[in-house]
Write a protein that binds this ligand. Structure first.
Ligand code: FE2
Length: 379
């Protein structure tokens, strides 16, 4: 089970009943990538993911190959086509590498699908049972923004390694994990004027609640701005911030994403650690590249966030950001884009009580992002 990140549980029966879409956690995240074998090597070597499962020609999958990696409770599936003319290939041609599926672990995938579709979700996959000698799973799915889908995964009657059709993947090569534990949040970038549409979609279709919002007054620099609303499911285990660009003097980072992804999609995956200093040190030593933070950020840090357990010099050396809210503080850092297009990236986050998303860091982050954007000639 994925432990909830301090979020109020509805205590009265009426409120509990209002959560018509109970979700146990993030089941997995699937990326469509042009070379899943090499991407798997990257996520093993650089990010410390462990090999878990595989399907491809050797397992009778003639169209697609998928590598499944795991670290803590985070499962990544990397999928590539084995021939031309597939939906996956078309997706990669348009978007480059990116997230196709944010899969949600549910008790009842048939019920989840029926409830969501009844409330206006656009169907992706009708409930279907998949079986092998290890049991059965029920899968169903709905579309969200862009071409992203939420798969509902019901696996209570399944004992296999991942899903039917997959075999254990046991290569000799196994770099150590770096301490990544679970998916903290998954962020979507949507078109200008569409944030509220998707907020409403998550409210109506999945029963999510808006827990935070930022407007362009919170998140802006001289050049660019964005607006963001954070949606959470009933038990707080699933959090989807949704960003839309706000007008700035120059092109915002969300606009740059939308242009290069050629549509709406997942901007970043935030993964949690219990020791961000160790994790980021390991990631850096393995070649993961992070956004540079201006040195001046640390000069004013203690004044802004007060006393923290970590050594400021280590944070400065590693480029880790800190923010505080009413409940505590958090440490976070953002990787550079993990593919040639300036689209998806990762966030590494450690929460020390804070339940927010680093609003105070956005300005520092944006200035860093804009320096990179300017280098690419896109500002
Ligand atoms: Fe984030």
């Amino acid at each position: 089970m994925i432990s909830p990140i301090s979020h109020p549980q509805p205590s009265d029966p009426a409120a509990r009943q209002a959560d018509f879409m109970p979700i146990l956690g993030t089941d997995h995240v699937e990326l469509y990538v042009s070379n899943a074998r090499q991407a798997a090597h990257y996520y093993q070597t650089a990010f410390g993911f462990q090999p878990l499962a595989y399907k491809g020609l050797e397992t009778g999958s003639r169209e697609l190959a998928s590598y499944v990696l795991q670290q803590g409770k985070i499962r990544l599936v990397l999928t590539s086509p084995l021939r031309s003319g597939t939906d996956v290939g078309r997706h990669i041609d348009q978007h480059g590498d990116g997230v196709k599926v944010a899969a949600l672990w549910v008790e009842d995938a048939d019920y989840a699908y029926r409830e969501a579709v009844k409330r206006g979700a656009r169907p992706y996959m009708e409930p279907r049972v998949e079986e092998d000698e290890h049991g059965k799973v029920v899968l169903s799915g709905i579309y969200t923004f862009g071409e992203v889908v939420h798969l509902f995964v019901e696996r209570k009657d399944y004992r296999g390694i991942f899903l039917p059709g997959y075999q254990k993947w046991e290569p000799a090569y196994r770099p150590e994990p770096v301490g990544l534990k679970y998916v903290d949040h998954i962020v979507g970038n949507v078109r200008l004027g569409y944030m509220n549409k998707w907020v409403k979609y998550y409210e109506e279709v999945l029963g999510f609640k808006q827990i935070l919002s930022f407007d362009d007054k919170d998140i802006s620099t001289e050049y660019s701005a964005l607006m963001s609303k954070v949606m959470s499911n009933g038990n707080g285990r699933i959090k989807f911030p949704i960003n839309e660009p706000a007008p700035g003097l120059k092109k915002s980072q969300v606009e740059e994403y939308l242009e290069f992804y050629e549509g709406e999609g997942v901007q970043h995956l935030a993964v949690a650690t219990d020791n961000i200093i160790q994790t980021v040190r390991a990631l850096r030593s393995r070649g993961v590249e992070f956004l540079q933070v201006p040195g001046s950020y640390y000069d004013a840090l203690e004044e802004r966030v007060g006393k923290i357990d970590e050594d400021m010099n280590e944070l400065r050396e590693l480029g880790i950001l800190v923010d505080r809210d009413d409940e505590g503080y958090l440490l976070q850092i953002f990787t550079r884009a993990v593919q040639p297009r300036p689209t998806m990236f990762f966030e590494i986050i450690q929460r020390k009580g804070a339940t927010s998303f680093g609003k105070g860091n956005f300005k520092a982050l944006f200035e860093a992002l804009e320096r990179e954007q300017a280098l690419r000639g896109n500002l």
